[in-house]
Design a protein around this ligand. Structure first.
Ligand code: N01
Length: 534
């Protein structure tokens, strides 16, 4: 179908990461005419942009991969327990070629604006280079952690050395040999890159405002025997994962921490620590709901830091005290705390000595100037909403998403925003997204949306829009689910606390993938309760 010079597609997908590429595949399989616009110079989304040294996924490779095709699942061989960024990108490339997706994606097409025409029931998306793309449905698969946060530090532009961002690491990577490197931030990105930066640089200064919990990843190669077992168990593993909370087969210790003897508790925590990875944060079933139970795990992790870090003052500075463990995304590392035992690595506690300004020479804190050749920002993202509010998206009545969300995001199921018909989000605020396995959550939402569009077409509806009351009720439910846990006690990006001025609203749905899936299916079976088809 064309209008003037423009082809009008059924669906325009924005973003060609894991979620966007699956959307292209699934919507095409559903018989729809699909196009995809990607801002990057290649496909891959998060895994294209975040190519800093040490970048790898903190979810096990066999789980953090598509489940929609058995042959793909059986053919692809993950080499390590936790895949590196290049291996994940190679996987995404393989999937794109295998399913013929590449030809539907236009690269270096950053969508800067989109508006809905009530008369034609069509969205027009405008790209940075002035192109316009028209579709009946617009699907934002733009990621939860894709809008980088650059803090507004006085003098930042005056730095004479090289400035780098973990979320926009150049390719090929710069040589850091013989250089004095500083890094601002101590979240997952920094915690993964610090050990490697320390190996490459002459010196490394880590500027920490808030310490984070980190558990050894204990990454390793997967053996042939494991590969065989994974294949044999995959169908059952996926079945369980889809119905689970976090999108994996993890089972917590069979008793709440409070009901264990001290010895039993210690053994369970030690076993969780030795298993490695983020699931330490879920050792006990009551760890996210009971502060005393959480304290056991928190104190255990603090002891581990004290055992590893030789300088007692540095160790104390590295121990988080401001949030229950796991209520900020727990980090995983390969030698992060050990790195602070190296002579050429130093930690600057910004709570004690705050940054005053950045100068041509380096970072000036209240204690003096740290001279640097390279300054790395590992300062996080405007999470979950930034990728949408940075686009000028206008609904039929002239409403803008960024205004509609001035008090915090309101969505129905994390897939639609009231006032914005025919626009959908994948892994949006209000969905389990970042608290579950992002690949499985994307598959579930895209499949569900394909069903929704089919239903609209079958009933002859040109527009699908969520009722405002249904979205408000869902958003309240998401908040109440979080309030029943310890999550809101942390100043995390989950509730927008990392961005100055951002309204605080807990954004991901803590009840998990299984509960969410059941809810979505029930809504579908109820004739898509909450949506209006016109
Ligand atoms: O970002 P973050 P990230 N002055 O927001 C600091 C996923 N991820 O990119 O806490 C000084 O966690 C800030 O300090 P504070 C994962 O879900 C996954 O590291 O605001 N410091 C904080 O220390 C993760 O949670 C993987 O006080 C400033 C840091 O910058 C999410 O992405 C790998 C500052 C930002 O930490 C985000 O992780 C990487 C300032 N003005 C990321 N502004 C894996 O799968 C900010 N900071 C392994």
């Amino acid at each position: 179908m064309t209008t003037g010079a423009h082809r009008v597609r059924d669906v325009l997908v924005v973003g060609a990461g894991f979620a966007g590429l699956y959307a292209v595949h699934a919507f095409r399989e559903a018989g729809l005419d699909v196009g995809c616009l990607e801002a990057g110079a290649a496909i891959g989304g998060t895994w294209f942009f975040n190519r800093y040294p040490g970048a790898r996924c903190d979810v096990e490779s066999i789980d953090y991969s598509y489940s929609f095709d058995d042959d793909l699942q059986n053919d692809w061989v993950w080499s390590e327990r936790y895949a590196t960024q290049p291996e994940i990108l190679a996987y995404i490339d393989h999937v794109a070629d295998r399913f013929g997706l590449r030809q539907h994606v236009q690269l270096e097409k950053r969508v800067t604006a989109a508006h809905f025409d009530e008369r034609t029931s069509r969205w027009t998306a405008r790209t940075e280079d002035g192109d316009e793309h028209i579709a009946r449905y617009l699907v934002f698969a733009t990621g939860s952690l894709s809008a980088p946060n650059k803090p507004d530090i006085p003098g930042a532009d005056s730095f004479a050395g090289e400035t780098l961002f973990t979320a926009r690491w150049p390719e090929p990577g710069p040589s850091l040999e013989g250089k004095r490197v500083g890094i601002i931030g101590t979240g997952s990105s920094a915690i993964q890159s610090v050990p490697i930066l320390a190996e490459q640089a002459r010196s490394l200064t880590v500027f920490q405002r808030t310490p984070n919990y980190s558990v050894p990843a204990l990454n390793r190669k997967l053996t042939d025997e494991e590969q065989r077992r994974i294949r044999a168990e995959y169908p059952e593993r996926r079945r369980k994962s889809r119905l689970s909370g976090g999108g994996s087969t993890h089972e917590p210790y069979p008793k709440p921490a409070q009901e264990c003897t001290p010895e039993e508790r210690e053994a369970a925590l030690e076993s969780g620590w030795r298993s490695g990875g983020v699931l330490f944060g879920k050792t006990f079933p009551d760890q996210f709901t009971d502060l005393a139970s959480n304290d056991f795990a928190r104190e255990f992790a603090a002891r581990k830091i004290r055992e590893i870090v030789q300088d007692p003052r540095t160790a104390e500075d590295l121990i988080p005290t401001d949030h229950p463990i796991g209520t900020k995304r727990i980090c995983t590392d390969s030698g992060y705390f050990e790195t602070f035992n190296r002579d050429e690595v130093s930690l600057v506690n910004l709570r004690r000595d705050p940054i005053v300004r950045i100068t041509a020479a380096g970072v000036e804190t209240s204690a003096g100037c740290h001279e640097l050749d390279v300054l790395v920002y590992a300062t996080g993202f405007d999470a979950m909403t930034g990728a949408l509010t940075r686009v000028d998206i206008t609904g039929p009545l002239g409403d803008r998403i960024r205004d509609a969300w001035a008090e915090g995001p309101v969505t129905y199921l994390g897939v639609q925003i009231p006032g914005f018909p025919n626009l959908f989000t994948v892994n949006g605020p209000g969905s389990p997204s970042v608290l579950a396995n992002m690949v499985l959550t994307a598959e579930q939402q895209v499949d569900w949306l394909a069903g929704l569009i089919r239903h609209a077409d079958d009933t002859g509806a040109a527009q699908v829009e969520v009722r405002r009351d249904a979205a408000i009720k869902w958003t309240e439910h998401v908040q109440q689910a979080a309030d029943a846990t310890l999550f809101p006690r942390a100043n995390s990006w989950y509730l927008g606390a990392n961005i100055e001025g951002k309204p605080r609203r807990f954004m991901p749905y803590v009840a998990g993938l299984g509960a969410y899936r059941r809810r979505c299916d029930a809504i579908r079976d109820d004739g898509y309760e909450g949506f209006v088809f016109t």
